[in-house]
Unconditional design. Structure first.
Length: 263
């Protein structure tokens, strides 16, 4: 009998733990620190990652030797995001190749020492430690990065939750990220972010960061419009100035009782 590798043993333990949810309505659950982070994903990468996240059971705590591996098929990817199967196959293949090199950027909260601010600590980590694509069978397996799994499982408080179907029709990464930032405060109906934090969460380019007009026209306005049209929100946003410069952006939002607009 051949000797089993540690990785195979870990996968067997994972299967025994049944950390993958049963099929049905998919929910994305992640800790707020990951919601606020710069996620560094394209739209197709975001689709793949969040579909995989929605298949995880977020309640059990996972040990480092029990890291889950999540499989996404081209058929379920195509059905959820309303794509033909050939497009789904192509997107999964190219996305799996790119995803390994994508990283998350998290800034730990800054504090003060002797009345002076301390520079924020920047943390960069991967989404996955391994991506496997099987062309003939049309599936991708994501082996989650070991330091990331704590943001996706064992969740008890300070987390963001939303139905994956809310984002399935979106065609802009900015719209999807704004949805996540708003859902973090769904219970209050309003959210407020500094421009620096908002730009980080949106993976805004350096030119956008230097010019709020670009953040407004390239990110906020089109993202708000798409959420109103495709996910049935009523959203009002307000720039908050400190002197002559916009320092924060505030969103007030609620579900449109008449549902999404058919525009």
């Amino acid at each position: 009998m051949s000797t089993k590798t540690k990785e195979n043993q870990s996968l067997e333990k994972y299967d025994a733990l049944s950390l993958e949810r049963s099929s049905g309505e998919r929910w994305v659950n992640m800790k707020n620190a990951l919601t606020r982070a710069g996620q560094g994903l394209s739209l197709s990468e975001k689709r793949l990652v969040m579909l995989a996240v929605s298949k995880l059971d977020s309640k059990p705590k996972v040990r480092i030797d029990q890291l889950p591996v999540t499989r996404v098929t081209a058929a379920e990817y195509a059905e959820l995001f309303d794509l033909d199967i050939d497009t789904a196959y192509t997107q999964l293949q190219t996305t799996a190749k790119a995803l390994y090199n994508r990283s998350i950027t998290i800034f730990e909260p800054a504090h003060k020492r002797k009345g002076k601010p301390i520079t924020q600590t920047r943390i960069d980590m991967r989404w996955v430690g391994r991506c496997t694509y099987h062309k003939k069978e049309g599936w991708v397996e994501l082996a989650w990065w070991h330091e990331l799994i704590g943001y996706l499982t064992g969740i008890e408080r300070q987390f963001t939750s939303y139905q994956l179907s809310q984002a399935s029709a979106l065609r802009s990464m900015y719209s999807w990220r704004l949805l996540e930032l708003l859902m973090r405060f769904e219970s209050t109906g309003w959210a407020e972010y500094t421009i620096e934090d908002f730009a980080t969460s949106m993976d805004a380019t350096p030119k956008m960061r230097d010019d709020f007009a670009k953040i407004r026209t390239k990110i906020i306005e089109p993202a708000v419009l798409e959420l109103i049209q495709k996910d049935g929100w009523i959203i009002k946003w307000t720039p908050i100035k400190a002197g002559r410069k916009v320092a924060k952006v505030r969103f007030e939002f609620k579900r449109n009782p008449q549902g999404q607009l058919d525009l």
